[in-house]
Design a protein around this ligand. Structure first.
Ligand code: ADP
Ligand code: 5GP
Length: 202
């Protein structure tokens, strides 16, 4: 059996990662979403083990000591990390895995797993990004300013990604992400066994 593919999805806050991935997961129930362990407080509407697994700093630091993370980062005094075991278990049995991380996390994962496929979700413009972040209403004006500044830095390093998905029309962006995932499944090395199988029965 061939191993599954790791898809790393990044993009500025407000670029539409969650919206696109929610639609993708409705259509592809066979893909595993990597739940990050994080130490910040839960926001209204968030649930344990939805997108994140909320743990204490002490628990996270114990995990770091035990090398339980594929990668991790510290923002504003909080840790964010990708648990290594579930990712390894799923790719081993052939499942594809989606990991949503920032640009630093994407770089670290590519170094550890060179076959990972890096996908950047790009807003159609800076103006649209600002409008969407403002309309989402989950951040203060000050936080939006910080996220727009971070977006500039993130977009500047998007050239390290394998694919860019422009999130203008949502259904096109969802189809594009599904197409990338389907294309990866069709690669020779993912289907190498079929050659012998067909020849065997010729
Ligand atoms: P992220 O997960 O990257 O921070 P979200 O998925 O929360 O971004 O999207 C940010 C906001 O933009 C949300 O309010 C969402 O409903 C909206 N949005 C996402 N994609 C589109 C799109 N293609 N067209 C219009 N609005 C969108
Ligand atoms: P938020 O606190 O807004 O949910 O996330 C802040 C940032 O952390 C986002 O850019 C998000 O993509 C990133 N992030 C979420 N999980 C992980 C993770 O496991 N590792 C890293 N490096 N970043 C993460």
């Amino acid at each position: 059996m061939s191993k599954g593919t790791v898809f790393v999805v990044s993009g500025p806050s407000g670029s539409g990662k969650d919206t696109i991935l929610t639609e993708v997961f409705k259509k592809r129930k066979d893909i595993f979403f990597s739940i990050s362990s994080i130490t910040r407080d839960m926001r209204p509407g968030e649930v344990q083990d939805g997108k994140y697994h909320f743990i204490s700093k002490a628990e996270f630091e114990k995990g770091l000591e035990n090398e339980e993370f594929l990668e991790y980062n510290k923002y504003l005094e909080n840790y964010y990390g990708t648990p290594k075991a579930p990712v390894e278990e799923h790719i081993k049995v052939g499942d594809d895995v989606v990991i949503e991380v920032d640009v630093n996390g994407a770089k670290a994962i590519k170094e550890k797993l060179p076959e990972a496929v890096l996908i950047f979700i790009m807003p159609p413009s800076f103006e649209v990004l600002l409008n969407r972040l403002s309309r989402r209403g989950t951040e203060t004006q000050e936080q939006i300013k910080g996220r727009m500044e971070a977006a500039l830095k993130e977009i500047a390093v998007a050239n390290m990604y394998d694919y860019i998905v422009i999130n203008d029309d949502l259904s096109v962006a969802v189809d594009d992400l599904l197409a990338i995932m389907r294309g990866c499944r069709l690669k020779l090395k993912k289907q190498i066994n079929i050659i012998d199988e067909v020849l065997k029965n010729a």
